[in-house]
Design a protein around this ligand. Sequence first.
Ligand code: SAM
Ligand code: SF4
Ligand code: F3S
Length: 444
Amino acid sequence: MSFKKIFIKTFGCQMNEYDSNRIYDNVSKIGFIKTDDQANAACYVLNTCHIRDKAKEKVYHEIGRIKKLYRDKKKPIMVVAGCVAQAENEEILKREPYIDIVIGPQSYHKMNDLLKQHETNLKQEETEFDTISKFGHFDKIKNNDSKVSAFLTIQEGCDKFCNFCVVPYTRGPEYSRPFFKIVEEAEQLIQNGAREITLLGQNVNAYSYKENSKEFRISNLINHLNQYSELKRIRYTTSHPRDMTDDLIDCYSSNKKLMPFVHLPIQSGSNRILELMNRKHTVDDYIKIYEKLKKINKEIEFSSDFIIGYPGETEKDFEDTYNLLKKIKFINSFSFIFSPRPGTKASKLDIIDNNVAKQRLTLIQEKLFNNQIEINKSMEDQTIEVLVENKMKNQSKLFGRNKYISPVIFDGINSNIGKIVKVKILKSNQNTLFGLINKNKKAA
Ligand code: SAM
Ligand code: SF4
Ligand code: F3S
């Protein structure tokens, strides 16, 4: 078979990254092969994100850029996938004739048929919510992602409907994949070289799969994965405070491969704002989870997501958020100004003054970034465990991550890739630790 090249540009969260890899696996069955050269592809896919800002406009901007790239060449089959495709569906085809296929995240199992039918030059749009069929189809294909650190989607969609968020509209209702299908995929990833697996879901800890009147939760999955000796580390993201149940919390004492790092979005430190957001958890609930986990293992560190300038946020609400950062020293967090998303309840509310929102964001980020710098600084001169992921592009150095997922760049040898090594940290900045292998300490 002669292969045609396919290039996917991925935006947004890890779930999009996982999806892009599954699309690559899937289209290989009809003669497409992954390329990193975006200027010479027979098929160009934009896997889009709709979570904030001018997501739709970014798509058209990207198309303008791709048109220029292919001005003197054969036009690629242009596919818009992901959450913007789901939200905008046939509107995209109407507005931009350069686009051939629009496909939503729950329809990727239909991608091959759409590409084959494209030969007849039809414009096509596929945005049904069909999660079960998607995973049913993907289960039959090898997950070829052979990275040291691999993603595995266990759950998709969301039923929580926070007033600011598009995810329930772009990813559809909550769906949990069958337990044993996930295990099969994990085994495949480990065989392909994965030494760390991150379980993914829009609400990953809401995972619940029932079979023969037994319920499987994320804690069952984590404990099951623990038995594979080649697998060194387990993570999961993104978790929701409401689903932080005791069985999951207990994993932090019973399971040595589960990393002591919890990404737990709070969004706001003000109960009034949390209620306006329809979050259905309070700051106190959050602090209780933090304290329970710290009691189990004081090494556990936290990161979070914050929305600043939510409609109705007063100076006092903002101070509550700021003061929470004094109580919990998040080691790295995402913070953004509220962005009205089409179709959500909050999009109809009056937004607060943009200058005020910007000032608040600056204050929050200063505090968060200073925490990060301080924590990284405290690791200097220490020897820490690093899972080595790859060699840096155009450099002799290796790249890996510590248990808190912070990037570590250090001098080592290629045979260290895929292993946990001890690295002496010599320098740090806000985002990265720099060091060299401590030869006196044995690798795992
Ligand atoms: N399910 C997770 C939870 O509930 O905590 C979050 C998943 S969401 C894909 C990732 C993050 O995007 C959220 O935690 C939130 O901080 C941010 N986000 C979502 N909608 C937003 C909006 N309209 N404006 C600004 N940030 C937003
Ligand atoms: Fe969005 Fe998370 Fe809320 Fe669901 S729980 S609506 S994904 S922020
Ligand atoms: Fe973005 Fe969709 Fe993920 S909106 S954050 S790509 S679920």
